[in-house]
Design a protein around this ligand. Structure first.
Ligand SMILES: NC(=O)c1ccc[n+]([C@@H]2O[C@H](COP(=O)([O-])OP(=O)(O)OC[C@H]3O[C@@H](n4cnc5c(N)ncnc54)[C@H](O)[C@@H]3O)[C@@H](O)[C@H]2O)c1
Length: 433
């Protein structure tokens, strides 16, 4: 065993001790299913991020054990298990999942949750998240919940209720808004929250890239449902469109800069100007621009686009009454310049934000002091949905309207077979309520 592992085992023992104290004091620590020091992990959605999250969870705590796996495609489960085995090779007993705990299909999440796990990693496309999250917390499981957490307003409301249930039951609920766990970003936003630029009056942020992974042309044997799932990024029913699925990371910085204060309304533009109209490129747009308005007159502006052969940019400018902060996460640099001529630069060593999430999640579970990202992850997701609703319709959308909207992107339960997809939105014609 290496030094890191022995250190982690010491933390594990300390955490187990804390759990025992909490139990004696009558506080529900809800640490492990069995009372042993093993935390059984179940993963739902064994793709790229799910596999990464699984390895993070296994590395975060030496007492974790991969117990059950679920996906709609069997091959993903096996590939994920193989990758985890490579990453945690010296302890095969921690990743050996027998055939009877490899669950395939749209109900796989239910079987994973019912298999005797302590912690569930929810890493499917976001259209499925609200339903899976509710099932997990109602079954008393701790959850790591990738972002975004929903694709529509009913989904966000469901997530808020799930967050309330998790809190009531002392369960940890950690979001995949990973920049919240990045050391230099924490340092920069911490400076701002301590008054480093005065009162925040405006945020301008971007998420401009050349696009999503290459879409896959339809194979004759694929049903509509399989075709859409294999190209899920391109179908807003499952992804929420790229503003919700991807740019939501930058939109979350608006939430962070304003310390959870939500805007009163937004107006937006957008369209689909470079994305080719192919069946596999689905029904999402390729650009959005949003203005969020706050009750005190502050503003936030967000721009995101998927345009090949154009510069990528993922930055934020946070403008306060006494200075401004340039947030440059891809460069690992953040800079404050104040009106009085003084400056501040981030200096924290860079950490692995994905690992940090799981280190903090499992430490919280061990200590019996739950972490709950529920409100921030639901609100940041709704900011993206609100912007999308304003852009698709061409109408101003208030926070109350966005929160109350009944637009349900998946009114029919998912099953293999025929499934029609929505049309590409046209402002002035498309209605979302
Ligand atoms: N925090 C980050 O930086 C970050 C990075 C990448 C992805 N993500 C998020 O992680 C999630 C997954 O993204 P990904 O890149 O891993 O996608 P992916 O396509 O690689 O993986 C998704 C997996 O979920 C499976 N799946 C689809 N529907 C399912 C269902 N109903 N039940 C069970 N399994 C199902 C798919 O077969 C696939 O294996 C998305 O919400 C995405 O936004 C976050």
């Amino acid at each position: 065993m290496n030094d890191t592992n022995s250190g982690r085992r010491a933390i594990l023992r300390a955490g187990a001790g804390l759990g025992a104290v909490a139990l004696t004091a009558g506080i529900a620590p809800a640490v492990t299913r069995s009372g042993s020091d093993r935390l059984r992990i179940g993963i739902v959605g064994c793709g790229g991020r799910g596999t990464g999250a699984l390895v993070n969870a296994l590395r975060a705590d030496p007492g974790t054990q991969l117990w059950a796996m679920g996906d709609v495609f069997r091959a993903r489960i096996d590939a994920c298990a193989g990758h985890a085995a490579g990453a945690i090779g010296e302890e095969p007993e921690r990743i050996a999942v027998p055939e009877e705990r490899r669950f395939v299909g749209f109900d796989a999440y239910r079987e994973v949750i019912a298999s005797g796990v302590d912690v569930v990693l929810l890493c499917t496309p976001p259209g499925f998240r609200p339903q899976q999250l509710r099932a997990a917390v109602e079954a008393g499981k701790h959850v790591f919940c990738e972002k975004p957490v929903a694709v529509d307003s009913p989904g966000v409301r469901s997530v808020l209720e799930s967050a309330r249930i998790a809190k009531e039951r002392s369960l940890s609920l950690m979001s995949g808004f990973c920049w919240r766990y990045q050391s230099q970003m924490r340092e920069a936003f911490g400076q701002m929250h301590e008054g480093g630029i005065g009162t925040v009056r405006a945020v301008q942020c971007t998420y401009n890239t050349s696009g999503f992974p290459e879409p896959k042309a339809r194979k004759p044997e694929w049903s509509d449902a399989e075709f859409q799932l294999r190209n899920w990024h391109y179908f807003r029913e499952i992804s929420g469109d790229h503003i919700v699925e991807q740019a939501v990371h930058a939109i979350d910085w608006i939430n962070w800069a304003f310390e959870g204060t939500m805007p009163t309304r937004c107006v937006a533009v957008g369209g689909r100007s470079t994305r080719p109209d192919l069946p596999e490129t689905g029904n999402i747009w390729d650009n959005f621009g949003i203005t969020f308005e706050f009750a005190d007159g502050a503003r936030a502006y967000h721009q995101c686009r998927h345009w090949p052969n154009t510069p990528a940019d993922n930055t934020a400018y946070v403008i306060g009454t006494t200075g401004e902060c340039r947030v440059m996460p891809w460069r690992g640099r953040h800079l404050i310049e104040r009106h009085d001529g003084t400056t501040w630069k981030s200096s924290a060593p860079k950490n692995d934000m994905y690992q940090q999430e799981h280190d903090e999640l499992f430490a919280a579970i061990r200590a019996g002091s739950p972490v709950n990202d529920g409100i921030l992850m639901a609100h940041s997701t709704l900011l993206g949905i609100m912007g999308r609703q304003a852009a698709y319709t061409g109408q101003a959308v208030t926070w109350e309207q966005a929160m109350a909207s009944e637009e349900d992107l998946n009114p029919e339960p998912w099953a293999w077979g025929d499934r029609s997809a929505r049309a590409i939105p046209v402002p002035g014609k498309t209605r979302v309520w």
